[in-house]
Every structure is written in C-alpha cells, then in structure tokens.
Design a protein. Structure first.
Lengths: 475, 228
C-alpha cells in the first residue's frame, strides 16, 4: 500500500512532477549519450591500438627499446616461434623487421620506420589493409617489384599527391547540377597539376565565389586529389654493419588511419625486400606481434607473464604498456562515465529535493493524520523515499530509453566531427564516431538514480518526521 | 470495566511567558461501550483533553491509563504503535488520503497493522457497507460528499478494531442530514459492537445522542452527566 500511495502521490501535482521528470530525462539523455559517445571513441581508439598499432602482445629485444639499431634483434627467435605456434592462447602472430630510414623523392623527404612484413600473415594481425584509401592503390596486390605502402601523410611530405581538375570531375559536377559559371571557371585550370593542397586551395579561392566553395569545395578537393601510385621512393638507412645503404621502392598503396602520428612514422614493405640489403639473416626480426584468442586484461597479462618467465631475455609488453593512452582510457573510462552521470544527478538532486520539499509542505495535514493514526517514522520516511525514487526513476528510465535509442541510431550511422578531424587524428582519435554503450551501464545508472533519490529524500523526509501530529492536523 | 482512567490530568502551555492551563486536574473514567461527549465552549480544553487521551499530546501532570498501560510513559515509537492498535481517530476535516479510494483508505490502517490481504479486503468492504457506502468503495474522497467522507473516516477508525474511538468535532463540517446519518451509524456500531466512542463537540445534536455528557470549562470538568 505504501508503494501504491507513493506512486499515486507522484502524480498528485502532475505539472510539477512532469517538470522534474523532464529535467531528469534530459539529464539522463545527455549523460547516457555523452557516455556512449566517449565509449565509441575509446572503443575505436583501443581497437586501433590493438589491431592497427600494437597487437595484444609485442615481443622485442630490450636493447631495441633504447637504441633502434638493426643488430638488436629478438633473442632466441626460433624458441619463441615454436612456443607461439604451439600455444592455444595465441590466435595469430607475425614478425617484423624494422628499419629507421630517410625517405626521399625529387620533391620531398621525411624520416620514418620501414616495417618489413609478410603481407599475408600481417592481415591476420593488423587491419592496415582496411585503411588503403579508395583510388590510392592496394595492399601489396600489384605485381611490381619492391612495393611499399605509405601513409597519406608521408605521401604528402614526399609530394606524391597532386591536384588536377579533370574532365571527369567537371562531368560529375554537371551531373550534380552545378552551374555553368562554376564549370567554366574550373575549365580554365583543367588538367593543370597542383603539387600541394595549399596551392590548389588558393587557386580555387581566387577563382570561385564563397558560395560555390561552400557548396562544392569539399567535393572538388576530394575528386581532384590524385595519388601518384607506382612513384619511386628512395630510402637511405644504416645496415646491420653500420654502413649506409640505399634502396628504392615503388608506392603500391597509400593508407590513412585515425592516428596521424602513427601514419607519419610507418611505411610497410615486404620483409624479403629489406632483409638482404639490411644485412639481416633469416630469423633476425625486431618485433613479434600477437593476437590472443581471449582479449581480456587478465588473459593478456597472464600470457605476458608466462612469456616473461620462459623468455626472460626478451622484452614483452602488452598493448596497454605500448599504447598507455588507450590503456588508461580502457581502465578508467567506466569511472569517467559514472563521474559524468554523478555530476548530472548531483545537479538534478537540488531540483528533486526542492520538489519533494514542496510535496511534503503541502501535505503537512495529511502527514500529521498518518502519524496520528499510527504510521511510524520508518514508514513515513519510506513513503517519502519511495515517492522520490519513483519520481526520479520515471525520468531516468525515459532518459535511458531515449539515450539508448539515440546511441542506437548514431551507432549505426555514425557521427561525423569532420570539422575538427585534424585535431582529433593528431591524438589518434577518429573524427567519425559510432557511439556505443554496454547494458551494464544502464544497470549502473539505475542504481545511481536510486542512490541519488534516497539521498535527495533525506531532507524532505526529515522535514516530515519533525512534524508534531497535533499541530500538523490543526494547519 | 474501565477502558480509560484519567487521573489528575493537567496540561499547561507556556506561551510567551504566560502559562495557560488548558486542562486542570481532571480525573475521569470511561467504561467499555460508552457513548460520551465532552462539551464546552471554544478554548475550554476539550480538544486538548481528547488529544491527551489519544496519546497525541503529553500531559504536564497526571496520567492516563488505557487498558492497564500508562500511555504517558510510552516512548514515541511505542506510543505510535499503541495508537495504531488501540485507538481510532475521526477528525473534524475527515483527513482522508485523497489519492486512495474509500476502500483503500479503510484498508490502509489494517496494512499498517500487518493484516492479511483477505482480511483487509473483507473488513474494509464490511465496514464501508456498515456506514452505508457499500456502493462507493472505489470512489476517491474528491468524489464523495462531506458526510460520505466522514463516514469513510469512521470506517477507517474502526478498521483497526480499536478499544475506543476519539472523534474531534466530527460533525462540525456536516449539514443536518449528514450529521444525523453519521450519528445514527456511530450509535448503531456502539450498541451492536460495544465500541466506545468519545466525542469532543459543541454540536447539540451530538450532545442529544450521547449517553454521557462531560462539560468542561476553563480546563475543569464542571459536570459529568450520565443518561439512561
């Protein structure tokens, strides 16, 4: 009956209760959606940290960490290889040779790490092949000699991207319904090659009107971009004996991940193409990357500890140690979600307290009667507490449903923060976010709501408990 | 047998340095099955006396013994439980819970007592039928007239099977017809079920029905008349 009274009391003053319920709903929607957005980002970052950058476990020569010289290869490689091949915990693994090199073309140069990989094995460990840009080559599928996959950032630094207004571009603009003046303007620079994005942009800005740039600028930039696949890039590096050597590779594909720093630092070649010239022997590798069957923290740590015991001379690190930013986010993100919800509910608690105080003050006579006929303090407290819980829970359930639906919709279609893409990618975050949330989060929020409601009910309930039945009935 | 014994009861209010004796050295006894009215002008102390009998107010001196229990010595929580199990209240302004139906209002006190759903259901319907509201069990207070609400309040007061019912000006807000109906119902319950009713009132219609009339003036009992 107390549950019944409490529930019905919520709806006594519908407009007042609905205002609080709406506030709680909005607060919950915001909290749930922000948490979902952050989780979407973090999940993408963790996925990138494992499947693009680090893998679950990386094995290296401890010396290599301090000095990236070619001679610091993995000790006892065959034993480790044998162990990994026979371990049930390992899903896939592969090895890399890594060479710090200076890359140069006739127009530009940059320093980076050449990663010698087995493209077939690598596909089972890393998803770099998924990041090959459309119309920018392929992942070692072309048949030519000495292929290399470089990032768009590297291609830009080596001036391997240029911009051309082609007839195809003009035709596609025509199909989009662009006006004749725009196409006439673009025709004046048709087939002219711009070697930097900056120069091409400047040219467009000088010849097009702001509205034309606003409507078609991004589209023109995208279609005019031309990657110089098959271009030759010369690499200079020190071989295992300390001698300077040079080798040329042809660009077979250009990739772009969400992590500018990673892109800037890594280019991929076939391991056989660099081993000989670098003076590396068969079994000379600088790192082994592994993907485990069970990706839980405990499992990854336990596997690392086992490897450490068996191969104490090797340096073995988990993805959390290799990408501490992602590791930290993985460890603390759940706490952050609850901090966000906590702050929102803390603010809402003042509104809830105020509403419940008003509800108590306008029912003084009734509360006095209840106490007079024999309702004890515990029951009075419970009634007010339940009323507060119902009031808060209705709003938060509505908020969780709406927030969950929004996460479902945006989780499917994604949310594009392209206006701040560069800033995001500088930190390894994707500008395209797919919000997601775990069911357990909703359970946690429900528990928080109940706790907040109980705390919020203390002041109004105390007010009720302080009433003198005789005086209360007289009011 | 005495249900209530009041011995040398005094209540003094300390209001702005002036001591007011609302009840002054009153001693009374009530037997099971009495239908008594405490009458007197406004400010005479009859409501204060009734509140003290009901354990809602503490006396300054003297004591009240209900069924062998000195209620003045009970701790707050025990006193609330004592009221729940021994005393029925009818208030001037009905004081029903507006969000509950008539039946739920009657059932509520039984739920506080921990009675089973079946017992609550049967007794609430029986009591509402006894006060002539068998057809309105599912009506909320707002849909009932003042007289009907007060009858629900009487049913509620009786729901807990109290040793006695205290009614503070129960007819003050009712018209003549409703007053007559209500008094007839209470008189009938008093005679048939031997329930003790004590009213505080200055309504002559109530006084006419009462079989004992206690007149209070300035906190003193000035007369205690028993009628046949």
């Amino acid at each position: 009956m107390i549950w019944n009274i409490s529930w019905k009391n919520v709806w006594r003053n519908k407009s007042r209760s609905l205002i609080v319920i709406c506030a709680v709903t909005l607060g919950t929607v915001s909290g749930v959606f922000v948490a979902g957005l952050m989780k979407g980002w973090v999940d993408q970052r963790i996925h990138a940290a494992i499947y693009t950058e680090a893998s679950h476990i990386k094995i290296q020569n401890p010396e290599y960490l301090n000095n990236e010289e070619l001679k610091h290869t993995i000790p006892n490689y065959e034993e480790i290889e044998n162990y990994l091949n026979n371990s049930d915990e390992v899903k896939d693994w592969t090895k890399h040779a890594k060479i710090v090199a200076m890359a140069s073309t006739s127009r530009g140069n940059t320093a980076l790490t050449l990663k010698g990989i087995d493209p077939v094995e690598e596909k089972s460990i890393s998803d770099i092949y998924d990041f090959i840009i459309e119309d920018a080559g392929d992942y070692f599928e072309s048949g030519f000699k000495n292929p290399i996959v470089i990032s768009e950032k590297t291609a830009d630094q080596l001036r391997l991207i240029n911009y051309i207004i082609s007839q195809e571009l003009i035709d596609s603009l025509k199909q989009l319904g662009a006006d004749e003046k725009l196409m006439a303007s673009l025709s004046t620079i048709q087939d002219q090659r711009f070697i930097t994005e900056k120069k091409f942009k400047a040219e467009l800005e000088s010849m097009l009107k702001p509205k034309q740039i606003k409507d078609y600028g991004a589209y023109i930039m995208k279609l005019a971009k031309n990657y110089k696949i098959r271009s030759k890039v010369r690499f200079t590096f020190t071989d295992i004996h300390g001698d300077m050597v040079q080798k040329s590779f042809r660009v077979c594909g250009i990739y772009k991940t969400y992590n500018t720093m990673f892109d800037q630092m890594n280019a991929f070649v076939k391991i056989d193409d660099i081993n000989a010239i670098a003076g590396l022997q068969e079994s000379d590798y600088h790192e082994i990357t592994t993907i485990l069957n069970n990706d839980s923290d405990e499992s990854v740590k336990s596997f690392r500890d086992n490897l450490n015991k068996k191969f104490p001379q090797a340096n073995i690190m988990t993805w959390k140690e290799l990408a501490p930013d992602a590791g930290m986010m993985s460890d603390f993100m759940t706490i952050y979600y609850y901090i966000i919800m906590g702050v929102i509910f803390f603010a809402l608690a003042f509104g809830i307290i105020n509403t419940m105080l008003m509800a108590v003050l306008e029912r003084i006579k009734e509360l006095g009667m209840l106490m007079a006929i024999g309702m004890n303090k515990k029951r009075v407290f419970n009634m007010i507490m339940l009323e507060t819980i119902f009031l808060t829970l209705v709003g938060s359930i509505a908020g969780m449903v709406i927030g969950g639906a929004l996460i479902g919709i945006f989780g499917h279609f994604g949310l594009n923060f392209s206006t701040v893409q560069e800033g995001f990618e500088a930190f390894g975050w994707s500008a395209m976010v797919y919000p997601t949330i775990e069911t357990s989060f909703f359970l946690g929020v429900t528990l928080m709501v109940i706790i907040v409601a109980i705390i919020s009910s203390i002041i109004p309930a105390r007010k009720a408990l302080q009433l003198n039945p005789v005086e209360a009935i007289r009011t | 047998m005495n249900v209530i014994e009041i011995n040398n009861l005094t209540k003094i209010y300390n209001e702005s340095e002036v001591k007011v004796k609302a009840v002054d050295n009153v001693s009374l006894q009530f037997e099971q099955g009495e239908f008594a009215a405490i009458v007197g002008p406004s400010g005479s102390g009859k409501t204060t006396l009734l509140n003290m009998i009901g354990g809602l107010d503490k006396s300054t001196e003297g004591d009240i013994v209900v069924d062998g229990v000195k209620i003045g010595e009970l701790k707050s929580s025990k006193l609330i439980d004592f009221r729940l199990r021994n005393i029925g209240f009818v208030f001037q302004a009905y004081n029903l819970i507006p969000v509950l139906t008539a039946k739920e209002n009657v059932e509520f006190i039984m739920e506080l007592q921990g009675k089973s759903r079946v017992e609550r259901d049967e007794r609430s319907i029986a009591l509402l039928s006894a006060v002539g509201l068998g057809e309105r069990v599912n009506a909320r207070p707002a849909k009932l007239s003042g007289g009907q609400q007060q009858r629900v309040a009487v049913a509620r007061a009786l729901a807990s099977k109290p040793k006695f019912v205290l009614a503070d000006e129960p007819t003050a807000n009712l018209d003549s017809k409703s007053t007559e109906t209500l008094l007839d119902i209470m008189e009938q319950l008093n005679k048939e079920e031997n329930i003790t009713f004590i009213f505080s009132t200055h309504d002559q219609r109530v006084v006419n029905k009462a079989r004992r009339v206690i007149t209070v003036e300035d906190g003193h009992v000035v007369s205690d008349e028993r009628r046949a």
